[in-house]
Design a protein around this ligand. Structure first.
Ligand SMILES: [Zn+2]
Length: 154
């Protein structure tokens, strides 16, 4: 039983493949409770792994949503990705290998803007996971290209 009282019944919701050119470098996967909408997210490399490796916490339904955050590579440092659960107005810190730590504010659209000037940074891009799930993103170009297989209703 969860905090919300729901006995979660998680169903696979899809994956976002993170590519560098033709190579899959990471996979973000999501499972959603078919009763209440709680979401579990996993972040893993492209190889075969155990079912629990890379699993992040379960997010109960509410204001917070999963956001995937990408940052640009530099020289020998490759681009990378993480997933965080955020709410609009929340302040978050993201640390990247070549840019160091920076503070961000979550917008009403769940995208991250730099605290210092309210702008979307050039080097860090963020997308609500629901918008990019069932698709892929190519980090070999910057800003990265996003391709989705989402079916549009209506
Ligand atoms: Zn549930």
């Amino acid at each position: 039983m969860s905090a919300s009282g729901c006995v979660h019944d998680l169903k696979y919701a899809g994956a976002l493949n993170i590519m560098q050119g033709e190579e899959v470098v990471k996979v973000v996967e999501a499972w959603r409770c078919r009763r209440c909408g709680a979401t579990k997210v996993g972040l893993r490399g492209p190889g075969t792994m155990t079912s629990t490796e890379g699993l992040l916490e379960l997010l109960e339904p509410g204001e917070a949503r999963w956001v995937v955050v990408f940052w640009r590579g530099s020289g020998a440092i490759p681009p990378d990705v993480t997933a965080i659960a955020v709410k609009p107005g929340e302040e978050v810190r993201i640390e990247t290998p070549h840019l160091g730590e920076d503070e961000f504010i979550v917008g009403s659209d769940y995208r991250l803007r730099r605290k210092i000037d309210g702008k979307e940074p050039e080097e860090v891009k963020s997308f609500p996971l629901d918008d990019v799930l069932t698709g892929w993103i190519d980090l070999s170009e910057w800003p990265p290209q996003i391709y989705t297989l989402r079916r549009h209703l209506g």
